[in-house]
Design a protein around this ligand. Structure first.
Ligand code: NAD
Length: 354
């Protein structure tokens, strides 16, 4: 066995159905008396329901969370935090809402309770990606890690099938890159394999029957496992590329991950054969890259960045920006290799067996 270092992130996790009823007890445990509830504009109804449920402990609802955590939205939210004297945030939604809660916590060290409604996994990480002037900058800090996660399967039942599929692939991406991470270790690899397998089983069932509770529970469990992977070990090419593309072209996060992942995996395949074998096994496929492509496209996901309004002439700029940030990847990065990778993802072609 290889030597390894394992770093566990602290955090309390409540998982089940009807668990939002435990939010008040969780606020009490944190000693929080002035909660600010966060959401996107689309989920303000859910946020207000939960605020009603929490009663007088809630001092306000802020519903302008936006994808890729723009710094100007955070500044606006910070003025609300200060005006209302909030002493904790409750983030209800996907990674965009969790991102806003994290950005506030980074600036104030306020405790966070997160109620995730997608499979993005941000709730389990001390990582924050903020966007300003077309650049997404990532930081990692103990203040960013949410104190409590309340997974409530009931709140995921409304996630449309198309978003369930792409959000699931976003989660799988965390596990895939954890399997070939520089800091890979046996515990995280176990979680990664289990996380991928959970989605490989749950997503087809959700696509067939969106209100299949067992499948929804399995997917949410997989989201947690994959989120722990993302929060525990460093990511590589796939995540860096998606950060670059997201910041530059404001592409939709989960669909972009879905389209890029098979090609990033194909790029790295020859340098990480053991990880690829574990991904393929978890998917029940012959090869990792084609297995990922077939899972997503078979469930109706768009596999072409061009369908997400990515400009074709942006490929070279994205390659240059990716090359300018030196970071570890199992396979050395070359300009030509990255250009071909992005061209394939742009067109949505099925990768070769890899
Ligand atoms: P999202 O949070 O932007 O949600 C997409 C849309 O779906 C929003 O309109 C949202 O309100 C809606 N929605 C969410 N849950 C729903 C539900 N159950 N039913 C109906 N509608 C629902 O999307 P996302 O993919 O979860 O998050 C993307 C963001 O998260 C990006 O900014 C990304 O960078 C960030 N992220 C960060 C990390 C991290 O560790 N820092 C990890 C993953 C993602």
């Amino acid at each position: 066995m290889q030597d390894f270092v394992y770093n566990g992130n602290p955090g309390r996790v409540i998982f089940g159905s009807g668990t939002v009823s435990r939010l008040e007890d969780e606020a009490e445990r944190l000693g929080a008396k002035r909660l600010l509830v966060l959401s996107t504009p689309e989920q303000v109804g859910q946020a207000e329901d939960i605020a009603r449920h929490l009663g007088t402990r809630v001092v306000g609802v802020y519903s302008k969370a936006t994808m890729h955590t723009p710094v100007d939205v955070t500044s606006d939210a910070m003025s609300v935090v200060e005006k209302l004297g909030a002493d904790a945030v409750v983030s209800i939604g996907g990674g965009s809402t969790t991102g806003l809660g994290k950005a506030i916590a980074f600036r104030t060290d306020l405790p966070q309770i997160v109620v995730p409604t997608t499979y993005a996994g941000s709730e389990a990480t001390p990582i924050l990606g903020e966007t300003e002037n077309g650049r997404k900058v990532t930081k990692s800090d103990a203040r960013i890690l949410p104190e409590v996660i309340v997974y409530d399967i009931d709140l995921t039942m409304t996630l449309p099938v198309s978003m369930s599929v792409t959000s699931g692939l976003n989660a799988i991406a965390h596990a895939v890159e954890a399997l070939y991470a520089r800091e890979t270790n046996p515990i995280i690899s176990l979680l990664a394999e289990q996380g991928i397998a959970a989605f490989a089983q749950a997503l087809p069932a959700i696509a067939r029957t969106p209100d299949d509770r067992e499948a929804r529970a399995k997917a949410l469990y997989g989201a947690w496992l994959c989120g722990v992977c993302l929060g525990s070990v460093g990511m590589a090419l796939h995540h860096k590329l998606c950060h670059t593309l997201g910041g530059m072209f404001n592409l939709p996060h989960a669909p972009m991950h879905t389209a890029v992942l098979p090609h990033a995996v194909a790029y790295n395949a020859s340098s990480a054969p053991e990880a690829m074998a574990r991904v393929a096994k978890a998917l029940g496929a012959d090869y990792a890259a084609t297995g990922l492509f077939d899972l997503a496209s078979g469930l109706g996901a768009s596999m072409a960045l061009k369908s997400m309004a990515m400009p074709k002439d942006g490929i070279d700029e994205a390659v240059d920006q990716t090359m300018s940030n030196a970071y570890w990847n199992p396979k050395p990065l070359t300009k030509d290799g990255l250009r071909q990778l992005l061209l394939n993802a742009y067109e949505g072609t099925r990768p070769r067996h890899a």
